[in-house]
Design a protein around this ligand. Structure first.
Ligand code: RAM
Length: 329
């Protein structure tokens, strides 16, 4: 082949590749979590790795700060911009504080989506909710109320006070409280998704409210710490700890009776779906209201007017089924 012919062929090939958007390079997708060391996010990362394996040309960068702060996430985002990753999929510690750094990422051509805990609209292209927020809000109250036929005091132990997802769920839970006559919400406290702080906050609730019948923790870190605090205080049977947890972490609490039941969606599927969405948007899928973006084996996400989509309903775990799920997530 003449040099000229070869050059032309190469140029034609390059044009064809640009035209189809195809390329041989690996896409680097960063999964930015609220903090490292949280089992829920480690399970989501399993799903992200599964998606990467299926897609073939993806590298997952699993990262996050050491504690659940927006400042820590901003540092992580800036480092990812400097590395020139292709996409960022973040579960935010604060919907607004991380938005400017993410806007900067988008200006540099990086795809940005949020999942689990959302970012304000201007700081991301879309947001993936694990489930309907109203349904989660109702579920966490119902889980407590179902075991309180005579009513009584309940308290919420949340994650951080700025956490987008927990704040929406608590807002939705508060809205439906009038549907549960006799259930009194006496306090909402924050353990920041840190095991020791969550434990101390739960201890504080137990001491301050002697008639407390349930602690509702819509966080996997909080529910585990609260069940430990109730156990250590000798309050099993008096205070039921419920909310959102991982079967793998809550099996002991269900066994001991500190927790009668709790709920969660599949975190592996959530991490898998978020990765598929980041990949497809990075490859040209448009994130706009009404769009349907494929999520591999999880079907497709249909975006609403806020570019948000929701996955499946939470599932309830108790003595009857925890054994079956505790080895999965
Ligand atoms: C913790 C985190 C996460 C939340 C779960 C239920 O792991 O706060 O954001 O979705 O709990």
């Amino acid at each position: 082949m003449s040099i000229l012919r070869k050059a032309l062929t190469t140029a034609a090939l390059a044009t064809a590749l640009i035209a189809t958007g195809a390329h041989a390079e690996t896409k680097r997708i960063a999964l930015v979590v609220k903090a490292l060391g949280i089992g829920f996010f480690e399970a989501a990362n399993k799903g992200a790795e599964e998606a990467a394996k299926e897609l073939g040309d993806v590298e997952i960068i699993y990262t996050g700060p050491t504690d659940t702060t927006a400042e820590g996430q901003i540092e992580v985002i800036n480092a990812l911009i400097a590395q020139g990753v292709d996409a960022i999929a973040i579960s935010a510690n604060d919907p607004d504080a991380v938005a400017p750094a993410l806007q900067k990422a988008m200006e540099r051509g990086i795809t940005v989506i949020s999942w689990d805990s959302g970012v304000a609209k201007e700081g991301r292209q879309m947001h993936l909710n694990p489930s309907s927020s109203a349904l989660i809000g109702n579920t966490i109250i119902k889980l407590a109320a179902d075991h309180m036929p005579e009513g009584g005091d309940v308290a919420i132990l949340s994650a951080t006070s700025t956490s987008t997802n927990q704040n929406i769920w608590i807002e939705e839970a508060t809205k439906v409280l009038p549907n549960y006559p006799g259930i009194n919400l006496v306090a909402t406290v924050y353990g920041d998704d840190l095991a020791d702080k969550s434990y101390r906050e739960a201890q504080g609730l137990i001491q301050t409210y002697p008639n407390l019948k349930a602690i509702i923790a819509p966080t996997t870190v909080g529910i585990l710490a609260a069940s430990q605090a109730v156990t250590d205080a000798g309050k099993i049977g008096a205070i039921n700890v419920t909310g959102l947890g991982l079967p793998s972490e809550m099996a002991g609490a269900v066994e001991s009776g500190a927790t009668i039941s709790f709920a969660i969606w599949n975190p592996i599927d959530l991490g898998y779906a978020a990765t598929m969405l980041a990949y497809n948007i990075s490859n040209g899928a448009k994130a706009e209201p009404g769009a349907s973006i494929p999520m591999g084996r999880m079907g497709a996400a249909t975006l609403d007017e806020n570019n948000e989509a929701a996955m499946s309903d939470p599932f309830t775990y108790d003595k009857s089924n925890i054994e079956e799920f505790k080895s999965i997530f």
